[in-house]
Design a protein around this ligand. Structure first.
Ligand code: KG4
Ligand code: ZN
Length: 337
């Protein structure tokens, strides 16, 4: 079957078309327009601007997706769309567009949770992946340790109590004068710095599988500002390496704890921060030590995209989770419908 999918929860507008046969996912088109350059002016995503930019981009991306896939509109079997969590004004653009398409072509509509979508991105490159498995979604807006009990049933084992993991990277980058979003640049700088130069607090909370990245973020900003006030040099590479070491420590400590509580045989590292080379290496070492099959989606599948929404949409469709045209958007993953 062919699924047309839309993603517009934050600052990427994306439209994908994917084919699913016997549980195998094949991506036919994935057209994404990023708004990063627009939001970089403000040091973060401005919700109203995001919504407007999605509105401008979505039709062209849809035409481009059909052209890339080489399929006709009449060949689509279902429409999948992210309806939570995300910026409401941003989500509503994709949601309204998806509804209009489904209505016009009399197609089933499927609502997809963005977090589950990030995890489902792994199905394209790891066709053997099968629930149950455990996943960490690490992005600019989310940090969730999730057990996928079935392809559609997600149980949150742990999450951040405050800032997302990517927020810590982006705000640390900002104080170092690196444009938004600075995660990827910090990744590069960290490779040339001393991870022991500064000791930052742990972001892994004791007695649970939860995280707190707010304290770590503030500690980095304070450290940089204090050094500047004292007239001391701030070596960006060392800040990046020390922050990265703290983040990696928190993730690996939490994975070890999670594994001790309930061992898992497959693990997916998902979301924009899953692109971090140091985190990828550390999680790969963890997986190897425990004989866990590791699924590390390639970089284009880590950041926001509609391919992942198509993949999760397929499983929601198969499970009979169909939405109607009254479907709404929600800012968090936990709101009741
Ligand atoms: O998943 P994503 O594209 O959007 C959200 O759903 O948030 O994630 C974006 C986040 C940003 O915080 C960005 O700085 C971070 O992913 N990021 C990285 C790297 N590449 C992107 N963080 C650390 N290292 C990277 N290589
Ligand atoms: Zn995301």
């Amino acid at each position: 079957m062919l699924i047309l999918a839309f993603e517009s929860s934050c600052d990427e507008t994306s439209v994908a078309i994917a084919a699913f046969e016997d549980g195998r996912a094949r991506l036919l088109a994935n057209q994404t327009a990023t708004q990063i350059a627009i939001h970089a002016l403000y040091g973060g995503v401005v919700p109203e601007i995001a919504g407007r930019a999605h509105t401008e981009a979505i039709s062209q991306l849809t035409y481009a997706a059909f052209e890339e896939a080489g399929v006709k509109e009449s060949e689509i079997d279902a429409v999948a769309v992210t309806n939570r969590p995300g910026l409401i004004g941003a989500l509503l653009v994709g949601l309204s567009y998806a509804k209009a398409f489904a209505f016009a072509h009399r197609l089933p509509l499927v609502a997809v949770d963005h977090i589950k979508g990030h995890i489902a991105a792994a199905y394209y490159e790891y066709p053997a992946l099968q629930a149950p498995f455990t996943a960490l979604v690490a992005s600019g807006g989310h940090t969730s340790l999730v057990e996928m009990k079935t392809p559609t049933e997600a149980v949150t084992l742990g999450r951040t109590m405050d800032d997302a993991i990517g927020e810590a990277f982006d705000k640390a980058a900002r104080v170092l004068g690196i444009p938004y979003p600075g995660g990827a640049e910090l990744d590069r700088l960290a490779g040339r710095g001393n991870p022991a130069a500064m000791r930052f607090p742990s972001a892994a909370l004791p007695d649970s599988l939860n995280f707190s990245f707010s304290g770590l973020k503030t500690a980095v900003i304070n450290e940089v500002n204090t050094r500047r006030q004292k007239g001391e040099a701030v070596i960006r590479e060392d800040v990046a390496a020390s922050l990265t070491a703290a983040v990696v420590r928190a993730v690996v400590t939490t994975l070890e704890k999670c594994y001790r509580q309930k061992p898992f045989s497959s693990f997916v590292l998902a979301g924009g921060v899953a692109a971090n080379s140091h985190l990828r290496r550390a999680v790969a070492a963890f997986a190897e030590e425990h004989g866990v099959t590791l699924c590390l989606p390639s970089l284009p599948f880590c950041s926001d995209n509609a391919a992942m929404i198509a993949a999760q949409g397929y499983y929601e469709y198969k499970a009979g989770h169909l939405a109607d045209l009254s479907l709404n958007a929600y800012p968090t993953a936990r709101n009741k419908e």
